[in-house]
Design a protein around this ligand. Structure first.
Ligand code: SIN
Ligand code: FE2
Length: 211
């Protein structure tokens, strides 16, 4: 029995944007095991922004392309710059989840090429930004939350629009595409906490079509 049924509803955020409450919860153990496998091959690291700041969120990737940042800019790379090897392959479980979530939000046949894996500790945050380093802006972003709860900042088409604050818990999925594809978004400073599945961590998987 789920005592928080209403949190499992589909919640429209804007045209082309939908929160799917609890959509990934039933495969959480397998998702987290896959994250651990990925991180053994391509360890989490704190990237540096073009401005020289160390990001508080630790990141890695799987798939045929991975998102990286350094002093020269943001981009997608087919190999992990740390090892020189291709990023770990994207597990079928990830592909299936991303495609099912996208379809539910109205985006048929989503085939992600990149999965950015974010790891947050309490105190980490991701400032308001747009996902715009992909050459493909037709396909949606699919974002999966695991572990500690967080506050998603869901903004508009311009940075000036004050973001809505939306709770995201373990197993929630957010999809944004179409007219919302370039909306500003972020994660507010993660509060202290402990989650039965992850301890004092939050993970986020974002699936993207890059090319
Ligand atoms: C992102 O904006 O790429 C990640 C958002 C999140 O961690 O939920
Ligand atoms: Fe993003």
């Amino acid at each position: 029995m789920n005592l928080f049924d209403d949190a499992d509803d589909d919640l429209p955020l804007a045209p082309g944007a939908l929160k799917l409450g609890g959509f990934a919860r039933d495969i959480d153990v397998a998702l987290l095991a896959a994250v651990a496998d990925i991180a053994r091959d391509a360890p989490f690291r704190h990237l540096v922004t073009p401005g020289g700041l160390r990001m508080s969120v630790a990141m890695t990737n799987c798939g045929e392309a991975g998102w990286v940042s350094d002093r020269t800019g943001y981009r997608y790379e087919s190999c992990d710059p740390e090892s020189g090897r291709p990023w770990p392959a994207m597990p079928q479980l990830f592909r299936d989840l991303a495609a099912r979530a996208a379809a539910r939000a109205g985006f048929a046949d989503f085939q992600p090429q990149a999965c950015l894996v974010n790891r947050y500790v309490p105190g980490s945050k991701l400032s308001l930004h747009q996902d715009r380093d992909e050459r493909n802006l037709v396909e949606p972003i699919v974002s999966v939350s695991l572990g500690l709860p967080a506050t998603f900042l869901w903004g508009g088409a311009t940075r000036a629009e004050r973001p809505h604050r939306l709770p995201l818990v373990h197993g929630d999925v957010v999809v944004w595409g179409g007219p919302s594809r370039l909306n500003f978004h972020g994660i507010d400073t993660l509060p202290q906490g402990a989650h039965p599945a992850t301890g004092a961590l939050r993970y986020n998987l974002t699936f993207r079509r890059v090319r």
